[in-house]
Design a binder for this molecule. Sequence first.
Ligand code: ATP
Length: 360
Amino acid sequence: MPGQKIRIAAIPGDGVGHDVVPAAAQVVREAGAASGVEVEVAFYNYGVLRYLEEGKPLPDDVPGLVRDLASRHDAILFGSAGLDPRQPPTVNCRDLLVGLRWVLDGYVNLRPAPLLHPRFCPLERKVPIDLVVIRENTEGVMTRIGGNFKKGTSDEVAIQEDINTYKGVERICRYAFEYARGHGYQKVTMADKHGSLIHAHGLWQRVFWATAEKHKDVEGEHRFIDTLCMELVQHPDRFGVIVTNNMYGDILSDLCAGLVGGVGLAGSGCINPGNISMFEPVHGTAPDIALKGIANPFAATLAGRIMLDHLGHRRAADLIWGAIQLAVKEDQVTGDLGGQLGTQAVTEFLCKAVHKLAGK
Ligand code: ATP
């Protein structure tokens, strides 16, 4: 039984995070209240605000900061790290984002891509889409292990290692089956390229099928990554939970987001089921629209939805989804979605909608 009080650390960071994180936190709080969960939100100034006050966006000991935040909260809602009109282009809080990912060992990158409304799907043939990309987030070719020999010469050799461990592959495959089981998906599709990457993806094959054996109520299915990309465009309705390695997951997450309206409508979780996890909108700092009161709060609010769901508060998470659907249906949306409203007005609509949907 989930606890009825949760403590969230909200870190707007840089740029548009300052528009969308307060908005998302407000909706999360109201969705919690409407479903009997007290959501306590503490805001932290790491990023541009700290830079303006102290001349540095972050303290020197970022891992220590992350451990301290983790010891005092149940989850972290992060905005964005990068450009902000109030600080020089070289200053940002990206090290905190990296620190959160690594210190907390957030090995699951969870990117749900449900279709909010048929008009957001660029495909001509409209079908229901409800994809979830579960990307291994700590290994693969993105660990930056490798090197260059004779760099800058015509004899240069560049080596990038692909790290795949039993522990890493097993825990992400297990998470995918358990996620599917817990969220009503009938199957898990694993994407690899084991015909060519015989060693690394041979491990994925063995571990995936062994994990499928242990979760017989959910079907295991395999696709080569190239085939899956093609089939996702042709028949996105045939897929649900997809599990894959770090790099393929990076690419697939954006492909799936593109099928349901783009990264501006996508939230994500950087999850460690045994530790505290971090949730963020997929979009960046959007310096062109930051601080103007016009940013779309949906992606950050959807990150809040994933957070509530992860913390076991499914009812509150569902209320957020329902409220966003209602906002789209009634055209209570920001300019990027063709609406007339600003961030605050959309947020207020969502807050009222969660209570209305909860029957309160
Ligand atoms: P970064 O380098 O931090 O990733 P970016 O500008 O390259 O930043 P985004 O911040 O994702 O990438 O912005 C891409 C485009 O999407 C921009 O035109 C931006 O204004 C728009 N955008 C991003 N987030 C939002 C939002 N919440 N509401 C409306 N438009 C947004």
